[in-house]
Ligand binder design. Structure first.
Ligand SMILES: [Zn+2]
Ligand SMILES: [Zn+2]
Length: 335
């Protein structure tokens, strides 16, 4: 029988729900609201008949630098065809398209922390979905303090285009189709829409704090670490999950990164103090008893001399289970 995870529920005070939908704000979903009730008719797309849960790696390179074979951090979890996006690094929209995701079934976006490689394309993803005609019912976005401001500022920055399209093309105001929920760091329930139950754990990522997210679905559970220093608490949070997607740092690559970025000790210390080495990721996976470890958010993620085998071997020093060295657009189903 599948072990069940029962995290404590966030107190209302811990949730700073922020509405961007004006008068409609009173109708905003509280955690626990059922978003499916607002969706369009079933059976109109291929994804409507999709059953099961899978993780789709949209971008697997850690850091904001663009280039190389991997796109910047972004993930999707697809449950019975419903799409949940976790992090919005540069390129997320194009990657979602390439992955064949049905963005009309995007239900919610989760942001792990406010480093740009995780939120730079947050506004653009929503805009692009809207302008493609796929944002027709309200979606929710969850993340740390600052996310609501980011959304507000995005609408302001693009107000000329948006209001032109509303007047000229008869579109709905996209700001009314997004509800942003900020929450402060504490372990607990973030959202339960009747399809997935999402909980969060605050984990250190100096000088920021990161939110790891756990998705419990009818088919099993998926945990996404976000960016984190080595944190055994994360192993408890991820206990007995089916898939643990964990950021990973290759220590012998750090000096090359520092040199290429023309940086010094401060940059080196940031990398070393705020991320988890592949060896320590293996420890977390073992402590968590995860069925499958997926390495992602590779740092460095664009140096070809670091092979898949090197990543795998480093993690395998401390984890004897299945290790997937993640690739962009890879879809990993819960078995
Ligand atoms: Zn990152
Ligand atoms: Zn970060």
């Amino acid at each position: 029988m599948k072990p069940q995870f029962h995290p404590p529920v966030l107190g209302r005070r811990a949730l700073l729900r922020t509405s961007l939908v004006g008068a409609a704000g009173a109708m905003l979903a509280l955690p626990g609201a059922r978003l499916l009730a607002q969706t369009g008719p079933a059976g109109t797309t291929d994804s409507a008949s999709e059953k099961g849960a899978r993780l789709v790696l949209l971008g697997t390179k850690g850091g904001p630098r663009v280039g190389g074979k991997r796109s910047n951090p972004a993930n999707a979890i697809v449950v019975d065809g419903n799409v949940y996006i976790i992090d919005c690094g540069m390129g997320v929209t194009a990657q979602a398209f390439k992955a064949g995701l049905d963005m009309a079934k995007m239900r919610a976006i989760f942001i792990s922390h406010m480093h740009s490689d995780h939120e730079l394309e947050f506004g653009n993803l929503i805009y692009n979905t809207w302008v493609a005609g796929d944002l027709r019912t309200r979606i929710d976005a969850y993340g740390p303090k600052g996310l609501a401001d980011m959304a507000r500022n995005y609408w302001a920055t693009h107000s000329s285009d948006i209001h032109t399209r509303i007047a000229d093309e008869g579109r709905k105001d996209p700001a009314t189709l997004l509800a942003v929920h900020e929450f402060e760091g504490k372990e607990g329930l973030v959202m339960d829409d009747g399809v997935v139950r999402v909980t969060a754990l605050t984990t250190p990522h100096p000088p920021l704090r990161d939110l790891a997210y756990r998705f419990d679905t009818p088919y099993g559970s998926i945990v996404i670490s976000g960016d984190t220093a080595y944190n055994p608490e994360l192993a408890k949070f991820a206990r007995d999950c089916d898939i643990l997607a964990h950021e990973t740092l290759y220590l012998p690559g750090v000096e090359a990164l520092v040199e290429r970025a023309h940086q010094g000790d401060a940059f080196r210390n940031h990398i070393l103090n705020s991320h988890t080495s592949a060896q320590d990721v293996g420890k977390i996976a073992t402590q968590a008893r995860t069925k499958k470890l997926v390495l992602t958010h590779f740092v460095p993620g664009d140096m070809d001399w670091i092979t898949d085998q090197m990543w795998r071997a480093a993690a395998a020093e401390n984890f004897s289970g299945e290790i997937v060295v993640g690739r962009d657009l890879q879809s990993i189903a819960i078995a």
